[in-house]
Design a protein around this ligand. Structure first.
Ligand code: FES
Length: 176
């Protein structure tokens, strides 16, 4: 995907009448058009200038909502819950291996480490905190979709669908 240029960025804001009340919608569109799945600092600065919203307020929004990212990421982001209930939900007959084991399943399947993005820009793996579905832990989310009762097989399947861009199959596995 191509990176956003300044004119495209200005057009996004114009579409919302350069209205500061539309800040979240503007930032979502900028992120979607960014080609990097994030709102980089120079775009946050231009948004601040054009909408007349202090940069600090823009970063309040970007850091408050987990849907926003400020660093480049893959087209798909698998976010693994590392809160305590999910940590304890990851158990097998040899005992509790915790979230590290879930992370390892995803890392092995994707060939990257947590915090990294695949070379083709398709997939990043990150941590998240509780997404409110502890009863089906261990849990990961991709966008707004939550996937629970994770095991190694399911982790591999999720990674495969992300790497092949198969949103339909991903959606079919989602549990929220
Ligand atoms: S602790 Fe993982 S969803 Fe609540």
């Amino acid at each position: 995907m191509q990176s956003l240029n300044k004119n495209q960025m200005l057009r996004i804001m114009e579409r919302y009448g350069n209205d500061p009340q539309q800040l979240i919608a503007v930032l979502l569109d900028i992120q979607a058009a960014s080609g990097k799945f994030c709102v980089e600092q120079h775009w946050a600065e231009l948004t601040s200038e054009v909408l007349g919203v202090p940069l600090s307020k823009i970063y309040d929004v970007l850091t408050f909502y987990s849907m926003f990212k400020t660093e480049p990421h893959g087209e798909f982001i698998i976010e693994i819950c590392r809160s305590t209930p999910c940590w304890f939900a990851c158990q097998n007959e040899e005992g509790c291996h915790g979230t590290q084991e879930v992370v390892r399943w995803f890392e092995d399947a994707a060939g990257i480490k947590i915090g990294e993005t695949t070379a083709d820009g398709k997939l990043s793996i990150l941590y998240t905190s509780c997404v409110g579905m502890c009863d089906i832990g261990p849990v990961a989310k991709i966008g707004d979709d939550v996937f629970g009762s994770l095991n190694e097989e399911k982790a591999k399947t999720l990674v495969k669908h992300c790497l092949t861009g198969n949103r339909y199959e991903l959606r079919a596995l989602c549990q929220n």
